[in-house]
Design a binder for this molecule. Structure first.
Ligand SMILES: Cc1cc2nc3c(=O)[nH]c(=O)nc-3n(C[C@H](O)[C@H](O)[C@H](O)COP(=O)(O)OP(=O)(O)OC[C@H]3O[C@@H](n4cnc5c(N)ncnc54)[C@H](O)[C@@H]3O)c2cc1C
Length: 416
């Protein structure tokens, strides 16, 4: 069923009784060409591009709970392609271009809003770093603008300009960055993949991998054994646990990241803003709530909730940037489990086990990567070679030393 204005009018005339479910909640078959483990954004996008671009339609997405209840439905929805390194930038720019056409492609309103992403700087050294990043973006054909203090003040007059401990000196703006509605992205990919014949199997936890002669040939699941030509793992914060089922130890740690939503207020913040003198980023949802977040909680955990010290730290950073935020009531907060890699960059690669493929290490920036991640993972699965923009995301880079450390933080996953 295609969605359109005509369809809405037609269904309205018949009392909205004929809408079909957006996707089929399938039962698992005995075997598939490809099994994708994990029904988050990345798993569903992979299945969609496998079916759409490569014509591989014998595909199942196995999700242990309901689709989109992991990080895909828990993030602060920021999308951008303002990366510095040549190994990262073209990949995230491909993602941005896919975002720009996603609604037409999926025939689903994923509410992509290119309202701009502004990274503030507060020192000369930070300005130099942002100039360098902006220039690198230009070299890759990505939009970037350097704003001085007065330009930032005109755009966001409510920020703390007068009495700040770290005064705002300016900001690097990517106007094409912004936000997308995270749940809609999951639903849109699920609907489009299901429409192409992909089986989306919920409440189906992968509990083991079937190995024959050194090759992975299927999975053991809470709904029985299912055979597959290829098994593609896209389970984000649970990557280490699923890889352990195959005896693999990944260069990944799982950490908690929290997000927060305030009560709704009138339109206030026109873009996404990140604080440069503390870890704090904020945007305003279409319902009016301020959506914001900060740093990881700082210890390893699989709990989807965080702790109070980080609530205090994030709110303190928010107060330092825009003191008026202190008048707002905090409505909700929650946590997600992040797959933090050792260099802060992702992995889209084969594993040493034939038949087993890995998509992981997204840290806390994987939402913006969803379209390109699915696109490139599908490319790898269908063609047995990395997509040209994802060649740097190799699993063996931690052994060969070809690290992709965008922030230059070294092997400290909690700092990426
Ligand atoms: C609070 C927070 C804020 C964030 N903000 C941003 C942001 O603003 N911008 C951005 O780009 N990124 C952001 N991220 C990161 C982003 O959400 C993640 O990197 C991305 O969603 C991960 O990919 P995914 O959607 O596939 O993960 P998930 O949605 O977590 O999908 C993985 C799925 O695998 C399933 N699974 C796990 N184990 C098994 C198993 N054994 N069998 C079957 N299924 C299994 C899980 O149930 C889950 O549904 C944020 C994350 C959090 C938590």
């Amino acid at each position: 069923m295609r969605y359109s204005l005509w369809r809405i009018l037609r269904e309205a005339c018949s009392g909205h009784r004929r809408w079909e479910p957006a996707w089929r909640d399938a039962s698992p078959k005995s075997g598939y060409e490809v099994i994708v483990v994990g029904g988050g954004g990345h798993g569903l996008a992979t299945a969609y591009y496998l079916a759409k671009v490569h014509g591989v339609r014998e595909v199942a997405v196995l999700e242990k709970g309901g689709i989109g209840l992991g990080n895909a439905g828990r993030n602060t929805t920021i999308i951008r392609s303002n990366y510095l390194l040549p190994g990262n930038n073209p990949f995230y720019e491909l993602s941005m271009r896919l975002w720009e056409g996603l609604e037409r492609d999926l025939n689903y309103n994923v509410m992509v809003s290119q309202r701009g992403v502004l990274n503030l700087f507060h020192s000369d050294a930070q300005r130099d770093a942002y100039v360098r990043r902006g220039n690198a973006m230009h070299l890759h054909g990505v939009d970037a603008e350097l704003l001085d203090r007065e330009a930032v003040r005109r755009m966001l007059p409510f920020l703390e300009f007068e009495n700040a401990r770290f005064p705002i000196q300016g900001g690097l703006l990517q106007r094409r960055g912004g936000t997308a509605r995270h749940d809609a992205v999951v639903w849109g990919y699920a609907r489009a993949a299901s429409g192409l014949g992909v089986d989306i199997v919920q409440n189906c936890e992968v509990t083991g991998l079937i190995r024959e002669g050194g090759r992975i040939v299927g999975v053991r699941s809470s709904r029985g054994d299912i055979r597959a030509g290829k098994v593609a793992v896209a389970v984000a914060g649970h990557s280490s646990r699923v890889a352990a089922l195959a005896g693999l130890r990944l260069p990944i740690e799982s950490h908690v990241l929290q997000a927060f939503v305030s009560e709704a207020v009138k339109p206030l913040i026109p873009c996404v803003v990140t604080f440069g003198a503390g870890h704090f980023y904020v945007s305003q949802s279409d319902k009016g709530g301020l959506v914001f977040g900060g740093d990881l909680d700082g210890y390893n955990s699989y709990a989807q909730r965080g702790n109070l010290p980080m609530v205090e730290e994030v709110c303190a950073s928010g107060m330092a940037l825009m003191p008026m935020i202190g008048r707002l009531r905090l409505l909700r907060s929650w946590g997600g489990v992040m797959d933090m890699s050792m260099d802060g960059s992702p992995i889209i690669d084969r594993t040493p086990l034939e038949g087993l493929y890995l998509n992981a290490g997204w840290c806390y920036g994987g939402f913006k990567a969803t379209p390109a991640s699915g696109y490139c993972f599908a490319h790898l699965l269908a063609r047995e070679e990395s997509h040209e923009v994802a060649r740097a995301f190799r699993l063996d880079r931690f052994a060969t030393g070809h690290l992709l450390d965008e922030k230059g933080q070294g092997p400290h996953p909690n700092l990426h």
